[in-house]
Design a binder for this molecule. Structure first.
Ligand code: PGA
Length: 248
C-alpha cells in the first residue's frame, strides 16, 4: 500500500471560502484532508483526488441526545472515510477536561463499527519523555484501544510525540531513527495483544513534518505516511510532502 499523508487542519481556516480554496489547491491523490466538521460536506463536493477525514467523532456511533456531537454514521453519510482519534489536543486540551484512554477506546470502536478508518494518535509528553516513560505511555495507550477489540479492518496509528508538535514551545521534529524505534515497539505491543491486528495496521509519524524534512521520515519502510498540521495549511507545501511520499 502506498504511503498516505493526512492534513490535520485543526481549527483552521476561519472561513468557508478559505477552506474551499485550500482544499481545491491541495487536492491530490495520496492526501487525506481533515478539516473542521463544518467544512466537510462542501469540501467533499469539490475534491476529486484527495480523501476526506474528520478530526474527532462522538462516543455513540449513530444518533441520540448528545448536544454538539457528531457521530461516525453521520460523518460517513457526508463522504468521510477517515477519522483522527485521541489527538493530543483532545487528550490534553488547553481548555476543559481532556479525553481519557477509555473515551479514546470507545471512539475508536465507534469508528471501526461504522467502517470509518481510524487514525489513532499516541505518544508521550515532554514530561513523560524526561521521565523515560515513553514505553509505558505507549503500552497504556495501545492497550486501552486494542485489548478490548474483537476485530479490526484497516487502521492507522500515528506516533505523534506531544513535544514534537509544532505548536508546542521549543518543539522540534523527532529523530527519524527514534520514530522507527517507537513504531517497532508499538508493533510488538499490538502483536502481543492479537497478531491478526497487525496485518491491518499502518504506522505514520506526526510532529513538525514539513516539505523540508518529510523525506527523512518517509524514506523508512516502517513509516507509512505522516500526520501534518501546520504545514498542511499551505497548499504548495502539503503538495510537496505528498509528492515526497509518492516516491516510496
Ligand atoms: P504539526 O501538527 O505538524 O503542526 O506539528 C501535527 C499534529 O498536531 O497533528
Amino acid at each position: 500500500m502506498s504511503k498516505l499523508i493526512f492534513a490535520n487542519w485543526k481549527m483552521n481556516p476561519a472561513t468557508e471560502e478559505e477552506a474551499l480554496t485550500l482544499a481545491k489547491e491541495s487536492d491530490q491523490e495520496g492526501l487525506v484532508i481533515c478539516p473542521p466538521f463544518v467544512f466537510l460536506e462542501k469540501i467533499a463536493a469539490i475534491i476529486n483526488n484527495s480523501r476526506l477525514g474528520a478530526q474527532d467523532l462522538a462516543l455513540e456511533k449513530s444518533t441520540g441526545p448528545y448536544t454538539g456531537e457528531v457521530s461516525a454514521k453521520e460523518l460517513k453519510s457526508v463522504g468521510v472515510d477517515y477519522v483522527i482519534i485521541g489527538h493530543s489536543e483532545r487528550r490534553y486540551p488547553s481548555v476543559g477536561e481532556g479525553e481519557s484512554d477509555e473515551i479514546v477506546a470507545r471512539k475508536f470502536k465507534a469508528a471501526v463499527q461504522v467502517g470509518l478508518v481510524p487514525i489513532l494518535c499516541v505518544g508521550e509528553t515532554q514530561e513523560e519523555k524526561d521521565n523515560n516513560q515513553q514505553r509505558s505511555v505507549l503500552k497504556r495507550e495501545i492497550g486501552f484501544v486494542f485489548e478490548s477489540l474483537k476485530s479490526v479492518a484497516r487502521v492507522y496509528i500515528a506516533y505523534e510525540p506531544v513535544w514534537a508538535i509544532s505548536s508546542q514551545a521549543h518543539s522540534q521534529a523527532d529523530k527519524p531513527e527514534d520514530v522507527v524505534g517507537a513504531v517497532k515497539y508499538i508493533k510488538k505491543l499490538i502483536k502481543e495483544i492479537n497478531k491478526d491486528f497487525l496485518e491491518h495496521a499502518h504506522f505514520i509519524y506526526g510532529g513538525s513534518v514539513t516539505a523540508k524534512n518529510a523525506d527523512k521520515f518517509l524514506q523508512y519502510k516502517e513509516i507509512e505516511g505522516a500526520l501534518v498540521g501546520h504545514a498542511s495549511l499551505n497548499a504548495e507545501e502539503i503538495k510537496k510532502i505528498v509528492q515526497t511520499a509518492a516516491n516510496y
